[in-house]
Design a protein around this ligand. Sequence first.
Ligand code: TTP
Ligand code: MG
Ligand code: MG
Length: 410
Amino acid sequence: MDGGGPERRIAHLDMDAFFASVELLRRPELRGRPVVIGGRGDPRSRGVVSTANYEARTFGIHSAMPLRQALERCPHCVFLPVDFDAYRRASRQFKEALREVTDQIEDRGIDEVYLDLTDVAGIDVDRGAAIGRLLKTRVFDATGGLTCSIGIAPNKLLAKMTSEFDKPDGLAILEYDELAQRVWPLPARKINGIGPKADQRLATIGIRTIGELARAEPALLRQHFGPNYSLWLHQVAHGRDDRPIATSSPTRSISRETTFPSDLHIRRDWHQVAALLAQLARQVADDVRRKGYRARTIGVKVRYDDFKAATRDQGLRDASDDPVWVRRAAFECLSRLPTERRIRLLGVRASSLVPAGTATSDGSNAGTGTAASATTGPAPRTAAGTAQSHGRRAREAPDDDRQPPLPLFD
Ligand code: TTP
Ligand code: MG
Ligand code: MG
């Protein structure tokens, strides 16, 4: 029995080829054609595939693949830009529709949720298939035609795996007594929580499937993975998971980032970088406000041309959704980042979120950066620090071009 308690009925619902499916709703003429969503929709530009519809996947195209590679694999694919606002609308629509069936919903991101169906009337009919079909119909109707895949199982761990059994447009149901037959043959990495590293280490001791993991000697696992992780591995291989549905899973952070068409230098291309940073900061502030939060911490992330990333954080005196404060903090963060190398990506993140309306003036974050930024950053804030440590290059750039005195747009 799951965690020793009464058996539950947990569903995991995940939308099919989500971004692509939303696009196809408003472009029905593209149905049947391979469609790739990513970046600004130009496959010759940089940026990666966000998703591809199932037709495009037959060419080996998948999320996170560079757009250029996708173009090589499928020159006749249709490439479309990412339109987050449209996907967020669709996300809200399907989640609201589900709320008419139960309020026991855990939000797991833009296109997926867990639902606790244990107390929903009719869950015993057809092992839950009747309710599963109802959920699928609700989602389809509320979104004007989007399909999803649902897995129903005794817990979240198994429901997540089960929702993939029959994807796309699927409905699969798993009981405990089917574990050996349907779950144990799967590769270990299918377990949410076994990443590539753990998977590799399991392989070195001859464990490739969940079944092999379930049969492994606890002592052997302990020896390789330590007491906590090995215990967890043993439990999940036996399908045990008693985590409840977290109905109000708090948003941890809100961010926006952009990859440039060609690399930029923070100082030499200052006007471009500053304009982009200001835009990202404004978007993040908008997102924070729209989602009903305020942020206590603003961070900036860059990825350099050698693909190494760096971040700097800045606390706000009071939690805020004010675009001016967000932008000021973002520029402060940027000024603390090394500027030797060119950058290929710039991002702004709001974190330590509190719901709007919460009392905020406790002063705990007053105006200081994090330890990381204080210890690893170059001389903070002023151009002088950078100029002294990189004299020659600094002299090449006119003084007022070097550092962000203040945001460009007020
Ligand atoms: P997924 O649910 O992982 O994928 P999907 O809905 O496109 O396809 P599937 O039918 O296999 O569920 O992700 C949901 C959306 O999140 C996806 O449509 C686009 C976005 N996304 C990215 O932007 N980058 C990524 O690397 C991944 C995995 C997803
Ligand atoms: Mg999906
Ligand atoms: Mg998903």
